[in-house]
Design a protein around this ligand. Structure first.
Ligand SMILES: NC(=O)c1ccc[n+]([C@@H]2O[C@H](COP(=O)([O-])OP(=O)(O)OC[C@H]3O[C@@H](n4cnc5c(N)ncnc54)[C@H](OP(=O)(O)O)[C@@H]3O)[C@@H](O)[C@H]2O)c1
Length: 234
């Protein structure tokens, strides 16, 4: 078992971000207390805090590491420059970045495919974070792997995604798995250190998720799913 948690988002009268030393330490102590455990395997800084001072984060990480309360560190929804900024002072490797990715949510790939073009897909909003993670061996933990938009629901079996579901269903028969498994195997096919974060306590769903690691989609199948989700290639 690997226990990971995140900190940095404060939900009070309104939501804001806090990567101060005191808040990081207080957050971890609260998590350990609530879960009745003595350490976290991994702690992620959730979203960027514009007021973040990397030396404060470094002091918090050093203390948590020395005290044995956190073994590994990472980030969530951060771009390459934000990670570089943290690395100015943080000594521990930033081992993980949690990023939104699914067959029906691929803005990071669109901008890559449309480099040097005039169309809207060429707009790069995340600073090539997928390539950066590959370059630095950062584990990409994809979130909302079966969802479209920003928490808009599951696209598997959803009539808004007929073309995509036709392809998923056909490949599900070919590989002897479910369409959800194919959707997750699409994530894992990306050649980086990929992990799919799936929220479930349903054993059937858990089995579907784990089966996605037992085979690999072909290159052509990966692109077919990408195009069936409504994308185009130059
Ligand atoms: N970094 C970020 O900004 C960010 C954002 C969102 C989430 N996350 C991470 O992702 C974790 C999970 O988030 P989430 O609960 O919103 O997860 P999710 O995986 O996006 O959605 C969970 C939903 O998907 C369904 N589901 C799971 N497996 C399925 C399958 N094989 N087939 C069909 N439906 C399936 C679940 O139904 P059942 O319950 O019936 O299985 C549940 O309704 C969070 O704890 C968080 O760590 C991170």
């Amino acid at each position: 078992m690997w226990i990971q948690s995140k900190c940095g988002i404060r939900i009070e009268e309104f939501t804001y971000f806090d990567f101060s030393k005191d808040y990081i330490i207080k957050s971890v102590d609260g998590i350990l207390q609530r879960l009745k455990i003595d350490h976290l395997d991994s702690l992620l800084l959730h979203r960027p805090d514009a007021l973040m001072e990397s030396d404060q984060v470094a002091e918090a990480f050093d203390l948590l590491y020395k005290q044995g309360k956190v073994r590994d560190f990472g980030v969530s929804n951060q771009n390459p420059m934000m990670m570089e900024l943290l690395k100015k002072d943080v000594k521990q490797p930033l081992a993980v970045n949690q990023l939104q990715l699914s067959a029906a949510f691929t803005p990071g790939f669109e901008s890559g495919f449309h480099v040097n073009m005039e169309d809207n897909q060429a707009a790069m909003r995340d600073g090539s974070i997928f390539e950066y993670c590959k370059l630095h061996d950062v584990v990409i933990q994809a979130w909302s792997v079966l969802q479209f938009g920003y928490f808009k629901g599951n696209f598997v079996g959803n009539e808004k995604f007929q073309a995509l579901n036709q392809v998923l269903d056909r490949l599900a028969i070919k590989y002897g798995v479910t369409s959800s498994t194919i959707a997750i195997s699409w994530i894992l096919r990306y050649p980086a250190k990929m992990q799919a974060v799936v929220g479930t306590t349903n054993p059937k769903h858990l089995r579907e998720v784990s089966q996605a690691a037992s085979f690999s989609l072909t290159r052509k199948e990966w692109y077919e799913i990408y195009l069936a989700a409504g994308n185009n290639l130059p």
